[in-house]
Design a binder for this molecule. Structure first.
Ligand SMILES: [Zn+2]
Length: 215
């Protein structure tokens, strides 16, 4: 059973999929990890993908599909949360050809408004020394701008700045919209209000997965 979890940057998608792995025995498959693993193992598609990436070219859908398929077969029958795949309608069609072997249980969208995301990401601060993560509203350090753990200065990551956030959101929405249609047509689209606290989002996520009849 495959669960597709989708959400814009700042929606907490990474945290939620990690929680599925830790407390619900999910396996997590990210295309980045699968690509690196295939390249390392020296498989035919792995070598193709590696050569393309080395030239700064995009890995075509059919190569990516072979890599995803191999990784899914490696996992066997476990419940899998896919991270970063499918990204296009073609990839969704490719994945659908595995329906008998690896059915998609649902496509779960973590819905959150742009303003909420900007507030979340713009408030993020990272320690310049130990990489501890803070947030000016939800997880402030004891002293503003100073790391609790090591006393070093906190900084804002350059890709956490407003303009870049807006750009990443645009890319995400453009990429995701056709997928929403694709999975809505198949009655597989589910939504969670991701503006809630992390714990509340996870409770909802567990409930959705339970309703899927695969728990
Ligand atoms: Zn620190």
């Amino acid at each position: 059973m495959i669960y597709l979890l989708s959400g814009p940057p700042g929606s907490g998608k990474g945290t939620q999929s990690d929680m599925l792995v830790q407390s619900m025995q999910f396996k997590k498959l990210s295309t980045g990890d699968a690509l690196r693993a295939a390249a390392k193992m020296g498989t035919e598609v792995g070598r193709q993908a590696e050569a393309l990436m080395a030239r700064g070219e995009l890995v075509p859908d059919f190569v990516l599909f072979e890599i995803v398929k191999a990784a899914l077969r490696d996992f066997g029958t476990a419940r899998v949360v896919l991270d970063g795949y499918p990204r296009t309608q073609q990839q969704a069609h490719d994945l659908e050809t595995l329906q008998a072997e690896f059915p998609v249980a649902m496509f779960i969208l973590l819905r959150i408004g742009d303003r909420e995301i900007v507030a979340r990401i713009a408030g993020r601060r990272v320690c310049s020394q130990c990489q501890a993560v803070y947030h000016v509203q939800s997880r402030p350090p004891r002293q503003a701008g100073v790391c609790d753990a090591c006393g070093a200065a906190l900084e804002q990551r350059s890709d956490d700045m407003d303009e870049k956030i807006a750009r990443r959101l645009q890319v995400y929405r453009k990429e995701t919209e056709p997928l929403l249609d694709f999975y809505a047509q198949r009655q597989l689209l589910r939504e969670i209000d991701a503006a809630q606290a992390e714990g509340a989002v996870f409770v909802r996520l567990q409930a959705l997965i339970g309703e899927g009849g695969d728990a």
